[in-house]
Design a protein around this ligand. Structure first.
Ligand SMILES: [Zn+2]
Length: 226
């Protein structure tokens, strides 16, 4: 059996175990008692730092409005790391539920949900794209369709050592659209996990706009200043 198959079997087993044990009343973070079978206990929920304000990324010539549900700290950081690197979709669902609440409260005129893509190679290595997972959850519970036509063509791993401006430029040619006819004049919600400099989200939004989208709203779970 190939390594990939073993990896998938392990992942399925892990998910099954999570489903079997998800009915108990313990917090996914601290294992403490959680009322009414909530995934997070009251103590952990109190540590979630909400980010209420929306903000702009880009410059006055081209800017996009963005919103993050939380700041990237403590519990949120832990939940994101588990979703991103440990195949923990229970944590993914906790985060997606908070995002859904934000979508329902803040975005009234969305036609489509898009997400920040990974390169084929990166997605093959991880097995999934966490932003796609979040976008599909939002689509499922908001009845807004998800569109998977944003493509990342190049990996941008070696950003270390580059200045802020260089990082920004380095991203320029990484994204493209397949099938731009589907996004013409549409209002699009662009989903990502964490926003830091905003370069990734900006370039994705830029490509959507260039290919005929109307308004683009960026939504991430968290915003980080580092
Ligand atoms: Zn807890």
């Amino acid at each position: 059996m190939g390594k990939r198959i073993i990896k998938y079997i392990k992942k399925i087993l892990y998910c099954l175990v999570q489903v079997i044990y998800s009915g108990d009343e313990s917090c996914v973070i601290c294992s403490g008692y959680s009322e009414e079978s909530e995934a997070l206990c009251t103590v952990c929920r109190k540590k979630l730092r909400r980010s209420e304000e929306s903000f702009y990324i880009g410059s006055s010539e081209e800017e996009y409005i963005a919103r993050s549900v939380f700041y990237y700290s403590s519990i949120v950081k832990e939940l994101i790391i588990r979703l991103k690197y440990k195949n923990d979709f229970i944590c993914g669902e906790i985060l997606a539920k908070y995002m859904l609440e934000s979508v329902k409260n803040n975005y009234l005129e969305i036609d489509l949900i898009s997400y920040v893509p990974m390169t084929k190679k990166a997605q093959k290595n991880r097995g999934y794209n966490q932003s796609e997972f979040l976008a599909k959850y939002l689509a499922q519970f908001s009845s807004i369709p998800v569109i998977c036509n944003l493509v990342k063509t190049e990996d941008t791993k070696d950003q270390i050592g580059l200045s802020g401006d260089q990082r920004w430029d380095n991203m320029k040619k990484c994204f493209e659209i397949k099938g731009s006819e589907f996004i013409k004049n549409k209002n699009i919600l662009l989903v990502d996990d964490v926003i830091t400099t905003g370069a990734t989200a900006f370039h994705c939004a830029h490509v959507l706009k260039k290919n005929g989208a109307n308004n683009i709203f960026i939504l991430t779970i968290a915003k980080s200043n580092v």
